[in-house]
Design a protein around this ligand. Structure first.
Ligand code: ATP
Length: 314
């Protein structure tokens, strides 16, 4: 990214408080290539935003203050490591202003659940602070800041469905031709994303293969999956779901195998570990089938549908 942008135009009137709604995501395809020399993996990541939302509110304050509410809030850091705080600081720095804001996060997205909750909060904080501080940053500038904050953050800004290449941050929007109905089975406690990638690499080496980018093909989108999304065909999408991190997540959290089996027995079209887990996503044939499955599962479960819009000021 280039030098800091110019001063904030004075003509824009600061607003009193701004709330931004941000969606969770499920990866309907997560193909993991080899580990690159920089430690990241090349991915073909098909993101689908789902209607399970965090709300990020930015209000005037002196200095940066952070609060959070919600069931899983104990796992959310309330210091400078919070992705929403990092987003506010990055935006302020870019425009040469002080990060004076009270950020409040109302969390509904599971914490460390493989649904990009922290990334969603970062995108929400960027959009909320941009409005609070009267910046009016161009969309491309916000997307560039998102990509610096994390691989999943740009998608949280745009929502809908998209193919993410590279670390997942190089996005191409994808067409979605209908509504898809999901149930998300939540696990107690999270899984560390870096740990799941390390386990994936370990399983590849233990299977006699290589885990290095130089030895493995560069991942690409699955045409059958892209066509199923475009057609709004839930049966075809269910057949095409894939996640190269699933074996690693189940290896680290063996109880997920029983959750996957319970969803299939309960009538889901298909089930998949969401991203790095431990949330499990079940695709259902209808909204009523999703409600019935959510009620029948032994774990805490939320029905939600997709696609959902990206970060939206309310
Ligand atoms: P992904 O799907 O992008 O891999 P995730 O959904 O598995 O991410 P997050 O909920 O984003 O995981 O949280 C991962 C870790 O990030 C948490 O354990 C927490 O320590 C830290 N974190 C930082 N900011 C936040 C935030 N705003 N909300 C939740 N966790 C946060």
């Amino acid at each position: 990214m280039g030098p800091a942008a110019g001063p904030v135009p004075r003509s824009r009137k600061p607003v009193s408080a701004v709330t931004v709604r941000v969606p969770a995501k499920v990866n309907v395809q997560l193909t993991v290539g080899g580990r690159r020399p920089d430690g990241f993996h090349d991915l073909a990541n098909v993101f689908l935003a789902v209607g399970l939302y965090d709300h990020v509110t930015a209000a005037p304050a002196e200095g940066l203050r952070l609060t959070a509410e919600g069931r899983d809030v104990a796992g959310v850091p309330l210091d400078g490591t919070n992705l929403a705080a990092r987003a506010a600081v990055a935006l302020a720095k870019r425009y040469g202003i002080e990060p004076d804001v009270h950020l409040h996060i109302a969390k509904a997205i599971p914490v460390a659940g493989g649904m990009a909750g922290g990334s969603a909060d970062a995108a929400g904080a960027l959009v909320a602070c941009d409005a609070l501080w009267g910046i009016g940053a161009p969309r491309e500038e916000l997307l560039a800041l998102c990509a610096e904050l994390g691989s999943d953050v740009p998608f949280s800004l745009v929502g809908g469905a998209a193919l993410g290449l590279g670390r997942g941050e190089r996005l191409t929007p994808l067409e979605v031709g209908g509504e898809f109905h999901w149930v998300f089975a939540l696990a107690e406690g999270g899984l560390s994303t870096p740990e799941v990638y390390r386990e994936c690499d370990r399983l590849r080496r233990a299977g006699g293969g290589s885990d290095l980018a130089a030895d493995l093909p560069v991942p690409v989108a699955d045409p059958a999956l892209v066509a199923a999304l475009a057609a709004g065909d839930a049966v075809a999408l269910g057949a095409a779901l894939s996640n190269d991190l699933q074996a690693a997540a189940v290896g680290l959290r063996p109880g997920l195998a029983a959750t996957l089996a319970a969803g299939r027995a309960g009538g889901a079209l298909a089930g998949i570990v969401s991203g790095s887990g431990p949330t499990v996503a079940f695709l259902c044939a209808s909204a009523s089938a999703a409600s019935a499955l959510a009620a029948a599962l032994p774990t805490r479960a939320h029905p939600a549908s997709s696609p959902a819009p990206g970060a939206t000021p309310l």
